[in-house]
Design a protein around this ligand. Sequence first.
Ligand code: PHE
Length: 446
Amino acid sequence: NGSKIIEIGGKKYQPDGNFTNVTPSMISLTGRSLHLKDRHPVGILRDAIENKLNSTDNAFLAYNTYKPVVSTYENFDSLGFPKDHPGRSKSDTYYVNSKYLLRTHTSAHELECFAKAKSGETNKPGFLISADVYRRDEIDRTHYPVFHQMEGCRIWNRDNTAYTSNVEPGHITKMREDLKKLEQQLHQQQTKVVVEDDTSLDGNPKQNYMTDLEVDLCSKHLKRSIELVISDVFHRKLESLRKTNKDASEIPTELQVRWIKAYFPWTAPSWEIEVWWQGEWLELCGCGLVQEDVLKKAGYAPDSTISWAFGLGLDRIAMLLFEIPDIRLFWTQDERFQKQFQKGIINTFKPYSKYPSTMRDVAFWLPQTENVEKIHENDLMEIVRNAAGDLVESVKLVDEFVHPKSGKKSLCYRINYQSMDRNLTNNEINALQEEVRNELSRKYNV
Ligand code: PHE
């Protein structure tokens, strides 16, 4: 806070009173690289997905060691985020200062990787980027301010000369072949995906520089690639459920997925995929055809290139595959967690004893003075996280009250304290709760 130089990953940054909201507890998580650990669920899953995507035609080069601090240009501007996009706000993003932040998605490295592909530094038509990403968010069993994504991009160079003659352009032939290989492989998957596909481009327009046929082939290649990953990963889970379930016939043999229109500033058209899993639709991945603007910024000539991109969240899938009940477990250093996993193997986590939890409520009147900066829920989350770190299981709004006469509003939040690794004492919890109360009144004058 204030003027102390911030050090992250051996680099020094000048803080900025108007922007800096990255905290020491967040900085301490930046070097963990769970996605690189071959005996950690996130690392095992990353490895499995990379292998699957490269099993068709070995087209992807993997970049897995990009550092988490990126510029606002890389994270937002290079991808065409408008200046007032909500993703940029300080309540959602950890800023180091006005120019640097903890990346909120792996798309922050797309431009750089496209530029590398263009320069001929790599000889592969695609790349994958896996990394830790950071977002200020609520606290519960499935949310953690750090999670992991895998970005995937695939590139085709356009054969423009052919458009003047009658032969099919080379890249179209190539795209057809690539798609066919992928479809054959998908066909061989033991768990079939049943796809509900929103192919209509109403409200999800294509880019002018692409022909309808190009859009069709490129979107299909994108969607089939993701379906291949999903059918592979979920197949492993279904198989293991079949082995342990008394009535194996209850385990589905197919997977329902659906493609839904989406919007991202740097892709058009865009979609999200959802998978029907244990009674609900799970959102797994955003994707689309890369905006030509991004490709041009990376050095590609106008009209020269066609590409798709996706961004897949790894933690949710890892939680479900390994049956991890609380996302904080990924971060524990407890051997009883760490020792359960082996390279290349997706096994079911065996919970060690669950330690008791204890609740404390905190209620406060919202400050009422003119043009007070409102307390954003994520600010409260941050205060709790700073005081208690991974000893908090969840923070929930349990009551809201507006005084009938004064119109003043009060909120009550319930903090559930529980450690993954040990028993907590009342004294210890009371001290943490006291710190939360003090910080709330110190920072927000409540
Ligand atoms: N970066 C997006 C997200 O985090 C996902 C995405 C990646 C969408 C690539 C389109 C293309 O939600």
